[in-house]
Design a protein around this ligand. Structure first.
Ligand code: AMP
Length: 272
């Protein structure tokens, strides 16, 4: 399957081709038509599945019509961290190069003044972390009443970071009639509660975890008795068996003090 049957605009298709992508990933294939049909989407997918382009590409198509007004962003994307927010902005810069869109970042570590100036000029896409966004709305420099499309990305990470109350507040500041795209890798009960409350008859799109192991790595499972001494003994045996070809190895433990014990034990047994 190619990108051409998904309903994306010619400009966006040209940008995708220029980026060298020929085949949509499963999340793109399934989510893009729903986004273009203006449906809410619940996307259960993790990083590495191509989920960012699954919302960036149809958003670029939808944004070709209409213009931004001062202080009233047309679309809003929430990200848990500034790094993720910056990565999403890069994708808009990459695929939206042929379009005169104003894309702004609202993240910590950037001066309020600079961010405010951009907002005054009007933005088509605002990419923000929840705390910084609420700071701006509270100062009155930003109105969310013009938001037509809201993206909540990495929702389960937002939960881990304690952002869910902020997300709920933001959801109440954007118009009820907006379109919402919600992405999460897992569906714990707290996330389900948010999706039940803020998504309207969403299209549910779920993709499998991508294969993440390299094919040139051989993996082995070694069964050993569950006592610490036996584990260290097994480790020494494995290292000795591999020694003719082994130059370097990494041993992971699940606690700091286990690392300490294993390191001391290996040293005592003459390993470097
Ligand atoms: P993401 O899951 O959004 O973090 O994307 C993971 C990586 O896949 C990114 O580096 C994208 O540039 C890349 N990617 C996204 N869509 C495609 C596609 N259709 N074909 C090949 N690579 C893609």
């Amino acid at each position: 399957m190619s990108f051409s049957h998904l309903g994306l605009s010619d400009k966006v298709l040209a940008a995708v081709a220029a980026a060298g992508y020929t085949t949509p990933t499963p999340i793109q294939d399934q989510a893009i038509p729903h986004v273009l049909a203006r449906r809410d989407v619940l996307g259960i997918a993790q990083t590495g599945t191509g989920k960012t382009a699954a919302f960036v590409l149809p958003m670029l198509t939808l944004l070709e019509k209409g213009r931004a007004r001062a202080r009233m962003p047309r679309t809003l994307i929430l990200e848990p961290t500034r790094e993720l927010a910056a990565q999403v902005k890069e994708q808009f810069d990459k695929y939206g190069a042929g379009q005169k869109l104003n894309v702004a970042l609202l993240i910590g570590g950037v001066s309020f003044g600079d961010q405010d100036m951009k907002l005054t000029r009007g933005v088509d896409v605002l990419i923000a972390t929840p705390g910084r966004l609420l700071d701006h709305t509270e100062r009155g420099g930003l109105l969310l009443t013009g938001v037509e499309l809201l993206v909540i990305d990495e929702a389960d990470r937002m939960l881990d970071m304690g952002f869910i109350p902020d997300i709920e507040r933001i959801c109440k500041l954007v118009p009820f009639t907006r379109q919402t795209l919600f992405f999460t890798a897992t569906m714990p009960p707290e996330i389900r509660r948010v999706t039940d409350q803020f998504l309207h008859n969403p299209a549910r799109v779920e993709v499998a975890r991508p294969a993440t192991t390299a094919t040139n790595i051989t993996q082995e499972l070694v069964e050993i008795p569950a006592n610490d001494w036996a584990k260290r003994e097994a480790l020494r045996r494995l290292i000795r068996e591999a020694e003719p070809t082994l130059n370097n190895a990494i041993v992971f433990c699940n606690r700091k003090r286990d690392v300490d014990v294993v390191a001391k034990s290996l040293t005592k047994h003459g390993f470097d």
